[in-house]
Design a protein around this ligand. Structure first.
Ligand code: 2NL
Length: 355
């Protein structure tokens, strides 16, 4: 019995994994195991012999079972220790810098202008970027022979062969949104229409897609004086300084009379400063909505009149934030934006460094 004990304790000490332990348990304590076999011999013994061997065999059985359990536990500990050595994480390491998004200057300027006009009772209207030639041109009193309609300035969609309806266009201004709004809501109306517009033009100072914001106010007695006040008020709010305007007589098919509007500025070392000096910078076009346009939009020109204006958002953004180059907007390279101070949104929850 001592031999048996020593042999098994030795084997258990040498067992290298859980499967080896299980194998030994079956060999010693399993139904057909060696110790189980010895237990079965107790039945054929004399009472005296059984009294002597019984407790010893039971003790051996318990000792082997305990040794198996202890070895199994120490193997599991060793395995866990090995995992802890190889799979550890240093939770005190600083995080990798998180990539941060940023608000595009065009979006920011659009929001700024919308907020300024919202304060003056204008609501935002939006509409399709693919328009019929009626909404983009005819309704605005732009005649069929007008150069803006020529193939080279306007992007036309294709019609299927045999479909002779006039093609749709990528809107060249947001005016069609205003026509649609007048048609849908009638007068009086006060709206501001920001959005993407398209013209077949691409050079240092033009991109085929750019952003425009147009305003419209129609009532029974709205005049050009209101226009001047609204523009001076909104441009001053936008540039954060009192901005004088200069109206120059102009011509648009959709307004009569029409005016191009300049803002007061100065030039120093090739950079422009708004709101001071003796120079003027053209920033928008405007006028009193042409009676034919009101009529086309379902509004009675005998009863209603009002002003409209349109300006380019991209150029206003460049002016306000001192961005000299359109590439800052259109190259998909955030370094341009960072360079001009549009580094990132400062939203604490998005900043991994602060966590
Ligand atoms: C410019 C000129 C302008 C308008 C846009 C307009 C809209 C309707 C009726 C009448 Cl529905 N006018 N819009 C009026 C005058 C000028 O934009 O040079 N924009 C950059």
């Amino acid at each position: 019995m001592d031999d048996l004990r020593d042999r098994y304790l030795g084997l258990i000490a040498e067992a290298g994994d859980e499967a080896g332990i299980e194998d030994l348990r079956v060999r010693a304590l399993g139904k057909k195991g060696e110790i189980s076999g010895l237990m079965k011999t107790l039945g054929g013994m004399s009472p005296e012999e059984r009294q002597e061997k019984g407790p010893k065999l039971n003790a051996l059985k318990t000792e082997i079972a305990d040794a198996l359990a202890a070895r199994k536990a120490s193997l599991a500990d060793a395995a866990l220790e090995k995992r802890l050595q190889t799979e550890w994480l240093d939770v005190t390491l600083p995080t990798r810098p998180a990539r941060q998004g940023s608000i595009h200057p065009i979006s920011q300027v659009t929001e700024e202008i919308v907020a300024i006009f919202a304060d003056m009772g204008f609501s935002v209207a939006e509409g399709p970027q693919v328009e019929s030639d009626w909404y983009n041109f005819d309704a605005l009193n732009i005649p069929g022979h007008h150069p803006a309609r020529a193939e080279m300035d306007t992007f036309y969609t294709h019609r299927a062969p045999g479909d002779n309806r006039p093609p749709h266009v990528l809107r060249t201004h947001t005016s069609p949104v205003q026509i649609r709004s007048m048609e849908a809501n009638g007068a009086p109306i006060r709206i501001i229409c920001p959005g993407r517009v398209y013209r077949a033009d691409y050079d240092q100072t033009h991109t085929p897609m750019f952003h425009q914001i147009e305003g419209l106010a129609i009532g029974t007695d709205i005049t050009m004086a209101h226009l001047k006040w609204v523009l001076e008020e909104s441009l001053s709010a936008f540039f954060g300084t009192k901005v004088k305007t200069r109206f120059r007589a102009s011509h648009f098919p959709f307004t009569e009379p029409s005016a191009e509007v300049d803002i007061q500025c100065s030039w120093q070392d090739g950079t422009v400063k708004v709101g001071e000096g003796d120079d003027w910078l053209e920033v928008l076009g405007s006028g009193m909505v042409h009676p034919k346009v009101l009529k086309n939009a379902g509004i009675d020109p005998e009863k209603y009149q009002g002003f409209a204006f349109g300006m380019g958002i991209d150029r206003l953004a460049m002016l306000k934030y001192g961005i000299p180059d359109l590439r800052a907007f259109f190259e998909s390279d955030l370094r341009w934006l960072r360079h001009y101070g549009f580094a990132a949104l400062d939203v604490p929850t998005l900043r991994a460094e602060t966590v």
